[in-house]
Design a protein around this ligand. Structure first.
Ligand code: ADP
Ligand code: ADP
Length: 225
């Protein structure tokens, strides 16, 4: 059964339709990349997956349950998200890793923090590093580690390598693939980079103008913008 399933999902801002009847599923335990030109509705799709916004019409199923029947706390547990510029709170890497727990009024133990870092291939001496002094790639790794603290079943990634150099980009790609294979986490990865989408995705959705233009294991044609 799919991890996430969209059934005729419509979303508008004012009178402007942003998603115009999106139907399709994200297979459990796989990496699905969502590619398409800027403005196609990719970020909107992600915001619907984590309940930040709700559809005007249609249904989104998360692990076969309609999303509006899942409590916000439970949803935050199941669905993690990492963003393009990996926003960090001021303080150390350890402070940042603790954020998901603090939101629940709990603490993160030093051991758990080290495990989270190890999951993204960073050594424990990063725990005391100032979050504002990390490189772009390190910052994104910490951001991914922070989402893993909740042990999500589904991880949403919004353009997480767009501002990184080629080497860091490939490193993050390998990392996400390792997390997917090791923990079975379902990945939904938005990118405007078609090469990356095809390189990293088990499946790919091509979005155009608020609709799914193509989807499948092999995308044959990339529609011109
Ligand atoms: P993508 O991620 O593919 O670039 P988005 O989902 O961000 O696309 O945006 C889809 C469309 O919705 C774009 O035309 C964008 O301008 C519009 N849009 C997104 N968010 C807003 C907003 N808060 N207010 C007005 N228009 C928005
Ligand atoms: P439990 O024993 O409570 O089921 P697990 O350690 O087996 O906890 O993990 C629960 C879920 O989280 C499983 O789907 C597992 O694959 C996944 N998982 C385990 N470790 C991690 C991790 N570090 N980050 C993300 N997901 C993880």
């Amino acid at each position: 059964q799919p991890a996430v399933d969209f059934r005729d999902v419509h979303y508008s801002i004012g009178d402007t339709p942003i998603l115009k009847g999106v139907t399709g599923s994200f297979p459990d335990g796989k990496i699905t990349t969502v590619v398409g030109p800027s403005g196609a509705g990719k970020s909107t799709l992600l915001k619907l997956c984590n309940g930040l916004i709700s559809p005007d019409r249609g249904t989104i199923f998360i692990q076969e349950t309609p999303i509006d029947r899942i409590s916000p706390i439970r949803l935050r547990q199941i669905v993690g998200i990492a963003l393009q510029d990996a926003p960090m709170i001021e303080g150390t890497v350890a402070d940042n890793l603790a954020v998901p727990r603090k939101l629940k009024g709990e603490d993160l133990t030093a051991e758990e923090a080290e495990t989270a870092l190890a999951d993204v291939g960073l050594l424990r001496d990063f725990l005391n590093r100032n979050s504002q002094e990390l490189s772009g790639g390190q910052r994104q790794k910490v951001s991914i580690a922070r989402t893993l603290v909740n042990r999500p079943d589904i991880l949403l990634l919004d353009e997480i390598t767009s501002s990184l150099d080629r080497t860091s980009q490939r490193e993050i790609e390998e990392l996400i693939r390792a997390i997917n294979r090791k923990f079975g986490v379902t990945i939904i990865w938005i990118t405007h980079n078609l090469d990356q989408a095809l390189r990293i995705g088990d499946y790919t959705w091509v979005m155009m103008d608020g609709e799914v233009a193509e989807s499948g294991e092999h995308v044959l044609e990339y529609p011109a913008a």
